[in-house]
Write a protein that binds this ligand. Structure first.
Ligand SMILES: Cc1cc2nc3c(=O)[nH]c(=O)nc-3n(C[C@H](O)[C@H](O)[C@H](O)COP(=O)(O)O)c2cc1C
Length: 295
């Protein structure tokens, strides 16, 4: 089950999806048992932004028959709050730390990337590009040109791995993945949530922000298609996610070309879901080992 991602050794291929497992709160609630039985082989932080954000107005969640829609709105302590408050606590986790960052322009991204990458505790950065560029108004991750320009600006700032988190809300995610790769990304991760707007019977939007993003089992086969398309189009590793609830779902993403798999919404129902998924994946590998020479 050991694997490697952008030069980072992982004990197994199951990591968490950003924003879906609060390791600091889990440790507060369950103590050091969380460290002893940490379910992920690397930990991806909640996305941080340059300044603190309070997030979107409530309600922020809507349950679907096979998933949920969230409009959390990236509440976070901002760069300074993260560095002083959260980073020391996250550095105590027994696995490599990947910090997710987001900003609204390359100029805003730059100090974020330099500060976070400059810390020895941080193994890699994930760039959340599902946000409009303040100059162009375009969602960076929806436009290959915007993604390439951002990577060109950020790549020289650090030698640490830069993972671009792709949005599924495009016709051709592979085109954006190719732009990320050409701009110097070390890996891509996908899928982020799919735009969704639940409403009441009279048409009133349920979510305080009006709309949000769908995740969970409902998006699984979309994720599988997009991961396969992206993995076929680029050379750099792909981290696959979207609706993974069981070992077979992780195996399918790995089979589609993912180098690692992230568990997101499933952790809300069961914080140890990732440990079970990992065990199920391991059992599948034992039952049907890879042909000799390819293990
Ligand atoms: C409540 C919630 C919060 C999330 N927060 C973030 C975030 O801060 N940054 C990010 O890149 N993705 C965030 N995501 C998206 C997940 O990382 C993941 O890409 C998506 O949910 C698909 O995986 P899943 O179906 O396993 O949840 C969030 C998802 C949920 C449900």
């Amino acid at each position: 089950m050991r694997t490697e991602l952008c030069g980072i050794e992982l004990e197994h291929p199951i990591i968490n999806a950003s924003g879906t497992f609060d390791a600091i709160a889990a440790r507060r609630a369950f103590g050091d048992a969380v460290l002893e039985r940490f379910p992920f082989s690397a930990y991806v932080s909640k996305t941080i932004t340059p300044a603190p954000r309070t997030g979107n107005p409530p309600p922020r969640l809507w349950e679907e028959p096979a998933g949920m829609v969230n409009s959390i709105g990236l509440p976070n302590k901002g760069l300074d709050g993260f560095m002083d408050g959260d980073l020391p606590a996250l550095a105590e986790l027994p696995v490599p730390l990947i910090v997710s960052v987001m900003a609204t322009s390359a100029e805003e991204f730059a100090p974020l990337v330099e500060s976070v990458a400059g810390r020895a505790e941080v193994a890699a950065l994930e760039l959340n590009v599902s946000c409009p560029n303040v100059h162009s108004g375009l969602i960076v991750g929806e436009e290959p040109g915007e993604t390439a320009a951002l990577m060109t600006a950020l790549r020289p700032l650090t030698a640490k791995p830069l993972i671009v988190k792709l949005t599924p809300n495009v016709a051709e995610p592979a085109a954006v993945a190719i732009a990320a790769e050409q701009g110097g990304a070390d890996a891509v991760s996908l899928i982020n949530t799919i735009k969704a707007a639940p409403a009441l019977a009279d048409g009133t939007p349920w979510l305080g922000a009006g709309s949000g993003g769908l995740s969970g089992p409902a998006v699984r086969s979309i994720a599988l298609k997009q991961v396969a398309d992206v993995a076929a189009a680029i050379e750099i590793p792909v981290i696959g996610m979207g609706g993974v609830e069981r070992g077979v779902h992780a195996a399918a993403l790995l089979g589609a070309g993912a180098a690692a798999v992230a568990v997101g919404t499933a952790s809300f129902r069961d914080p140890l879901a990732a440990a079970r998924i990992r065990a199920e994946l391991e059992a599948l590998a034992v039952d049907s080992p890879a042909p000799s020479g390819t293990a």
